[in-house]
Ligand binder design. Structure first.
Ligand SMILES: *Cc1c(COP(=O)(O)O)cnc(C)c1O
Length: 320
């Protein structure tokens, strides 16, 4: 298994140049004062299609040869990777098929179809999405681009932390939202090259701490689909590539509760005027919880996405 390197992140950045947004790094005086550190928020909620996943998908699809482009891309995803592949395929002029859970947020289903992709639905609690996707891929000759466990996806996701560190200079800590580990492992590749002293933390929902268990036990732990409001981190296991990089380059994996995510969503809305989806709050929720131990530190926070059904968003913030 050939792990992607920082050079692959640099190559991905060149492919993304002019296609992905260079998202802003925002500060909040209120956050700094309340938690006693210097926070640098890399706002991927402002990325194209509303999440960092555009980076990995566009990088992967950009590398297709002529035959692959003709047949197109296929993937499975609970949401943002679906939109990322759909938009990337549209921009690159190729077909896309997306296998999505029946209960995916309405906004995500609509957006995926809106980018011109064909959507195939499955039952998240009873069907094996990977087997289904694999069968369709074979039948149609399409190239499967998984949501996280792929070198080109990991390298693409790493470009967000690369941009962040280039803008801020060395950081003491970097907190990253963790599902299957594409964003965390890519971020770790960038941090290792650009800020070797920086401690990278992956952050999972409490209910789905398979990554934390994997790191503790030294092999990939599989769990049932966790029940959490962080729908982008309802993954059941890390990938082979992402786990290998996380084991080598990530300091630790920590967890936060759904209640902490809601508090964090409220902070982003009230104080920073940003709509951030629950999964996108994982990193900052953990940074806040770690505040007593990181006083005065320079802390990077990757705000990973902002795609949330507005009715759902209002419901979460009103506490019902
Ligand atoms: C996919 C996703 C994550 C988790 O990313 P992984 O690469 O699977 O670890 C976090 N936040 C958002 C908004 C996502 O869409």
């Amino acid at each position: 298994m050939q792990l992607p390197t920082y050079e692959d992140v640099v190559a991905a950045a060149a492919r993304l140049d002019g296609h992905a947004h260079r998202t802003p790094v925002l500060r909040s005086a209120t956050a700094d004062a309340r938690w006693g550190a210097q926070f640098f928020f890399k706002c991927e909620n402002f990325q194209r299609m509303g999440a960092f996943k555009f980076r990995g998908a566009f990088n992967a699809l950009s590398r297709f040869d002529a035959a692959q482009r003709r047949a197109g891309a296929i993937t499975f995803s609970s949401g943002n990777h679906a939109q990322a592949v759909a938009l990337s395929a549209q921009l690159l002029g190729m077909p896309a098929v997306i296998v999505m859970p029946q209960d995916a947020p309405a906004a995500k289903l609509a957006a995926t179809r809106g980018y011109g992709a064909e959507v195939v639905l499955y039952d998240r609690f009873t069907e094996d999405r990977e087997a289904l996707t694999q069968r369709l891929a074979t039948e149609r000759g399409m190239t499967l681009i998984p949501p996280y466990d792929h070198p080109d996806v990991i390298a693409g996701q790493g470009t967000a932390a690369k941009e962040l560190l280039e803008e801020t200079g060395p950081l003491d800590y970097l907190f990253v939202c963790l599902g299957g580990g594409g964003l965390t492992s890519g971020s770790a590749l960038a941090a290792r090259a650009l800020a070797p002293q920086c401690k990278v933390y992956g952050v999972e929902p409490e209910a789905g701490n398979d990554g934390q268990q994997s790191l503790r036990t030294g092999s990939i732990v599989r769990i049932a689909t966790p029940k959490t409001i962080a729908d982008g981190a309802q993954t059941q296991y890390l990938g082979d590539y992402t786990f290998a990089i996380i084991r080598r380059d990530v300091h630790d994996i920590v967890t936060v509760s759904d209640a902490q995510l809601v508090e964090c969503m409220r902070f982003f809305a009230e104080r920073m005027k940003m709509v951030v989806e629950p999964t996108g709050c994982l990193a900052f929720a953990a940074a806040c919880a770690a505040a007593p131990a990181i006083q005065g530190a320079r802390v990077g926070v990757i705000v990973s996405g902002g795609n949330v059904d507005l009715a759902r968003y209002a419901e979460l913030l009103s506490g019902s």
